[in-house]
Design a protein around this ligand. Structure first.
Ligand SMILES: Cc1cc2nc3c(=O)[nH]c(=O)nc-3n(C[C@H](O)[C@H](O)[C@H](O)COP(=O)(O)OP(=O)(O)OC[C@H]3O[C@@H](n4cnc5c(N)ncnc54)[C@H](O)[C@@H]3O)c2cc1C
Length: 465
C-alpha cells in the first residue's frame, strides 16, 4: 500500500493522529489526552504554534510576529491561557490617533475619525446596517441564511459601491476589511464577510481595541500557549514531520510524513483548507471536498515591527494608532512591552500592498516601512534598533494569513464540505470554527470540536463490536 520511501520510515501507533501543531491541533490532542485517548501530533515546522510565532528582539522584548491579541468573549482562549499560565496586559490605547487621507493629516480620539461629518455618518450607518445583516447569518450553516443567495453572489466591494456614496467612508470600510481579513473588498463574498462578523460578535468588536478583539496582549507572547501545550504533550508531538499522504483502509488511517509513518483509528487534519488540499489522499477524496479546498485562499499580510529605545510617540500624546490611504503600511499600533521599557511600532502590509511588497526585497520593505513610520511619527522613528518582519504568504506551512476566506459562491456551493468528516478523517483549524472564525479562539474551538467528533466515532465503533 505504501511506497518504498515510507516502508523504511519509523512507525508509530496511536488511537488518533493529528496533523498540525497549531492551536487547533494541540487543543484537539490535549482534549483527547485528558480523557486517556492516545494521540500523536505531526508538525511540519521545527516549532509549534503555527500562525502564532513569538521571538525575542535583540534587547529581549518579545515580538509577536503572528497572532497576538485577545478580546472579550474569546472565552476559550482566555481559559486555555489561564490554565497554562499565560498572562495578559491591555493594548496601549491612550491619547490621539492619526488619520492621513488625501494628503491631509487629522488627529482624533475614539474609534472613527470625525473630521469629515458626512464620511463619519455614512461609515456609522454602514457599520450598523452590516451588523444587522450579519446577525441574520446562521453560524453553523451560513448558506442557509434567508438572503444567502443574494449575499453570496456579490463581493463586499459591490455592496459598498451600491450602498456607500461617500468616497471617504468607502475608504474607511476598505481599511476595515483589509485589517480584519488581509484581502481587498473585491476578493470577499459579502456572505463570508457577514458570517465572519457574526462569528466574532459584530464589527465594533472586530475593529476595536477597547472592548474589542485588539483589547489585550500576552506578556509571554501568544506562541507561549502552544509551547506549554506541547510541553504537556511531550513525545506525542513530533516536529519536522511534514505530512504528505494519508491512506485510509478497513484497519485504520495511516499518515505518512517525512519523519515517520503514524497509524491510528482516526485522524484530525488541523491545517488550513488550502494546505489540506495539497496533501495526497488514498483513496482520493470526493470531488466535493477537493473542490472546496481549491476555493479557500489565504489572505496576504506582512507584519512589520520597529524596535526603539522607548515609545517616544507617547510623550507627545499619541496612541501609536494610524490609518493611511497610501504607502505600504496603512495601519499601525503601539506594540511596546507592558512595562514600556522599549518602544515597538507595529504595522500591517495587507491585501494588494502585501501582494506587491511581498515581491520586493526585505531591504526595500524595511526602507519603506521606516519611511511610513517617519511620516506618521516624525524623525525619531528614522533609526530603529531593529526591524522585524514576517511575510506569512512566503511561509510554506501557512501560505498566507490571517486565515482562509471565501469568495462569492463558495459557502453556497461547498459550505458543508468544510468540516464534515470523510471516513476516518476529521477537519479542524480556525477556518472551520463557528465562533471567532479566523482567530486563535476559533482554532481552539475547532480542535475541541474535532476531538469530540473523534470520541463519538471511537465509542460508537467500540459499541458496534
Ligand atoms: C500576522 C497575524 C496576525 C494575527 N492576529 C491575530 C490576533 O491578534 N488574534 C487572534 O486571535 N488571531 C490572530 N491571527 C490568527 C491566528 O493566529 C490563527 O487563527 C490561529 O493561530 C490558527 O490556528 P490553527 O491551529 O487553526 O492553524 P495554524 O496555526 O496554521 O496551525 C497549523 C499547523 O499545521 C502545520 N502544518 C501545515 N501543513 C502541514 C503538513 N503538511 N504536515 C504537518 N503539519 C503541517 C503548520 O506548520 C502549523 O503549525 C493572526 C494571524 C497572523 C498570521
Amino acid at each position: 500500500m505504501h511506497n518504498d520511501r515510507e516502508i523504511s520510515l519509523p512507525t508509530r501507533q496511536a488511537e488518533v493522529v493529528i496533523v498540525g501543531a497549531g492551536l487547533a491541533g494541540l487543543s484537539a490532542a490535549r482534549a483527547l489526552t485528558k480523557i486517556g485517548v492516545d494521540g500523536i501530533v505531526l508538525e511540519a515546522r521545527d516549532r509549534v504554534g503555527g500562525r502564532t510565532y513569538s521571538r525575542p528582539a535583540s534587547d529581549g522584548t518579545i515580538l509577536d510576529l503572528g497572532g497576538q491579541w485577545i478580546g472579550p468573549t474569546q472565552d476559550r482562549l482566555a481559559a486555555l491561557a489561564a490554565e497554562v499560565g499565560a498572562t495578559t496586559f491591555p493594548t496601549y490605547n491612550e491619547g490621539k490617533n492619526i488619520e492621513f487621507y488625501k494628503g491631509e493629516r487629522l488627529v482624533y480620539e475614539g474609534a472613527i475619525p470625525m473630521g469629515d461629518p458626512a464620511a463619519t455618518m455614512e461609515t456609522i450607518e454602514a457599520l450598523l446596517e452590516l451588523n444587522l445583516m450579519a446577525q441574520e447569518v446562521p453560524l453553523d450553516t451560513p448558506w442557509t441564511a434567508s438572503r444567502a443567495a443574494e449575499w453570496d453572489s456579490q463581493t463586499v466591494e459591490t455592496w459598498m459601491r451600491a450602498h456607500i456614496e461617500n468616497e471617504h467612508a468607502r475608504h474607511l470600510l476598505t481599511l476595515g476589511v483589509e485589517s480584519v481579513f488581509s484581502v481587498e473588498p473585491r476578493d470577499l463574498s459579502l456572505l463570508h464577510f457577514l458570517f465572519y462578523t457574526h462569528s466574532g460578535g459584530n464589527l465594533n468588536q472586530l475593529l476595536s481595541v477597547a472592548d474589542g478583539a485588539q483589547e489585550r496582549r500576552f506578556h509571554q507572547g501568544a506562541q507561549y500557549i502552544s509551547e506549554r501545550l506541547a510541553a504537556e504533550l511531550g513525545e506525542r508531538v513530533v516536529l519536522q514531520a511534514p505530512v504528505h499522504t494519508i491512506y485510509q483502509d478497513e484497519q485504520g488511517v495511516h499518515v505518512a510524513s517525512d519523519a515517520l509513518l503514524a497509524s491510528a483509528r482516526r485522524a484530525i487534519i488541523a491545517i488550513p483548507p488550502t494546505l489540506a488540499g495539497r496533501l495526497r489522499y488514498r483513496p482520493a477524496l470526493p470531488a466535493y471536498r477537493d473542490q472546496l479546498t481549491q476555493r479557500v485562499p489565504m489572505g496576504t499580510v506582512i507584519k512589520v515591527q520597529c524596535l526603539y529605545t522607548q515609545p517616544f510617540w507617547r510623550d507627545e500624546g499619541y496612541s501609536g494608532q494610524v490609518t493611511c490611504d497610501e504607502g505600504a503600511v496603512r495601519i499601525t499600533f503601539d506594540n511596546s512591552p507592558a512595562n514600556g521599557t522599549s518602544g515597538v511600532l507595529m504595522g500591517f502590509i495587507e491585501g494588494d500592498e502585501g501582494r506587491a511588497w511581498g515581491r520586493r526585497t526585505r531591504e526595500e520593505r524595511e526602507t519603506e516601512v521606516i519611511a511610513c513610520f517617519v511620516r506618521y511619527f516624525g524623525e525619531q522613528a528614522a533609526h530603529p534598533i531593529e526591524y522585524a518582519e514576517q511575510n506569512w504568504a512566503e511561509e510554506e506551512y501557512s501560505r498566507g494569513c490571517y486565515a482562509g476566506f471565501m469568495a462569492p459562491g463558495v459557502w453556497s456551493s461547498y459550505g458543508e464540505a468544510l468540516s464534515q468528516p470523510i471516513g476516518r478523517l476529521h477537519w479542524a483549524g480556525t477556518e472551520t470554527a463557528v465562533l471567532w472564525n479566523g482567530y486563535m479562539d476559533g482554532a481552539i474551538q475547532s480542535g475541541e470540536r474535532a476531538a469530540e467528533e473523534v470520541l463519538q466515532a471511537l465509542s460508537s465503533s467500540r459499541t458496534r463490536r
